[in-house]
Design a protein around this ligand. Structure first.
Ligand code: NAD
Length: 471
């Protein structure tokens, strides 16, 4: 059993004022594997006070000092790779393909921030003015459970690069991963108070951070519902926000697509991170003229996906993170059937050969129209919809007929045409015939998928305000 009893404030592991114990689970067994003692609002206040006190000195550090600090963070997080790997399997149920990435990405994203900081221009000239990029102040970083260490490291690296100090509130469900990252970051030997990590509930610690007048910036990744609540709270103090929220991303398969290339990419886009991915391509748009052919190939591919024990090398889809997520997925599969969609693979219940854990059957529906709940609402599990379109214009209209706009995938034989289609899709990122992510590019969403951008110079600027000086 794991017992996590401390939070991290002002450069020290301290016993929180909060006394609530929260159970941690192994999603593959549905058994309790430990407990974390949660921070409360008082701890949130203390963390904000520590970050406020550290801001003046940190905001005046040179680029070289910040790069050196980030390099120490990078080395320290990289050194905990194996511990992170074990934790993401035990606490999150990530299968091999995902867990390897989740263990290496936290260090990689710090390296990416170092590269962006090296190239970052803090001072530019605009006519007669000198424009100085100025750090905002204390940043509140609020992160979800589906990539705990990666989000903590990515947001923190960008905030520190900008000259902000930080209070981090990770998901209460990821306390093992958070503990490892916190130990690593502590070993990086940054000045006390520059970053603070307080694991607690969203409606206590999260609310304290998003309402606090001494927090100048919130960078949040999580659900659209919570994003709206944070935006409302932020209005009170004009707190700047970056919100990375949900998605219902389209995979648009054009008429001239090669089925052998398109189907594996579409399946991978839809089922990545066991379907618990904000960018998951859950609406697969196929031409009416090739509908039967794609239905058959997609159904075969989904039926062949192994869902089960994350420690088994063949597993592609691991368990859902919690019983609540499991219930949510079951509910949407039932809703799809009730709405009249035709199931081509999967269904309710657990996959054959699994028991106890929060395992789900990767599910594919067809005869879906874009107004059905399964086509409009983010399920956050491995449930995919096939939607047929008559022509390119209708395909683009369906792709854009969504509240969200985080990501999209266009697959086609003529890459020029595919790019032209990509330009007409309203999303922060459109991939054309590839799933390769570009960490140097800005990342974020249109519409209800969020506000602002992370990564690269855009990510660092999000923690700053331009100041014009004229003389
Ligand atoms: P969530 O919104 O419930 O929680 C995210 C974080 O916010 C947690 O740390 C939670 O404790 C905290 N929180 C909850 N209520 C709060 C409040 N009132 N004030 C402040 N903080 C609060 O989301 P989740 O269930 O943990 O994560 C899944 C969601 O995250 C999905 O909807 C998914 O699309 C989204 N997500 C988006 C991205 C992206 O980059 N766009 C990435 C991953 C996940």
């Amino acid at each position: 059993m794991h017992h996590i009893e401390q939070v991290y404030i002002n450069g020290e592991f301290v016993t929180p004022h909060g006394t609530e114990r929260f159970d941690l689970y192994n999603p593959a067994t549905a058994r309790v594997i430990g407990q974390v003692r949660l921070a409360d609002a008082v701890d949130g206040e203390r963390a904000i006070a520590a970050a406020s006190a550290a801001f003046s000195a940190w905001s005046q550090t040179t680029k070289q000092t910040r790069i050196a600090a980030l390099q120490r963070m990078h080395a320290a997080v990289a050194a905990r790779h194996d511990d992170l790997l074990a934790a993401v399997v035990e606490e999150y149920g990530a299968p091999a393909s995902r867990s390897a990435w989740m263990a290496s990405y936290p260090a990689e994203v710090i390296a990416q921030a170092i590269e962006a900081l090296e190239a970052f221009e803090f001072t530019t000239v605009a006519g007669a003015a000198t424009v100085e990029m100025t750090p905002l102040g204390v940043a509140g970083l609020i992160t979800p459970w589906n990539s705990d260490a990666g989000f903590i490291c990515g947001k923190l690296a960008a905030a520190l690069a900008a000259g902000c100090t930080a209070v981090i509130k990770p998901s209460e469900m990821s306390a093992l991963q958070t503990q490892i990252v916190t130990e690593a970051l502590h070993a990086a030997d940054l000045p006390p108070g520059v970053f603070n990590i307080v694991t607690g509930r969203g409606d206590t610690v999260g609310e304290t951070i998003s309402r606090h007048p001494h927090v100048a910036k919130i960078s949040f990744t999580g659900s659209t519902r919570t994003g709206k609540a944070i935006l409302r709270n932020a209005a009170e103090n004009f707190t700047r926000v970056t919100l990375e929220l949900g998605g219902k991303s389209p995979t648009l398969i054009l008429e001239d697509a090669d089925i052998r290339q398109a189907v594996p990419l579409a399946i991978q886009a839809g089922l990545m991170n066991s379907g618990q991915a904000c960018v998951a391509g859950t609406r697969i748009l196929v031409p009416q003229s090739r509908k039967a052919e794609f239905e058959q190939a997609l159904a075969q591919a989904v039926a062949a996906v192994v869902s089960g024990d994350p420690r088994d090398a063949k597993t592609v889809v691991g368990p859902m993170v919690s019983e609540r997520q499991w219930q949510r997925v079951q509910g949407y599969i039932q809703k799809g059937l009730a709405e009249g969609a035709r199931m081509l693979a999967g269904g309710v219940g657990r996959p054959e050969g699994t028991r106890d854990g929060w395992f789900v059957r990767p599910t594919l529906f067809t005869d879906v129209h874009n107004q059905m709940a399964i086509a409009r609402e983010e399920i956050f599990g491995p449930v995919l919809c096939v939607i047929a379109y008559r022509d390119e214009a209708e395909a683009i209209a369906i792709a854009n007929d969504t509240d969200y706009g985080l990501s999209a995938l266009v697959l086609g034989g003529d890459s020029g045409r595919a790019r032209r289609v990509a330009q007409q899709i309203h999303a922060g990122r459109v991939l054309v015939n590839t799933l390769t992510h570009e960490p140097k590019a800005p990342f974020g969403g249109f519409k209800h998928s969020g506000v602002g951008r992370e990564m690269g110079a855009w990510g660092i600027s999000a923690f700053m305000e331009p100041k014009s000086i004229l003389s």
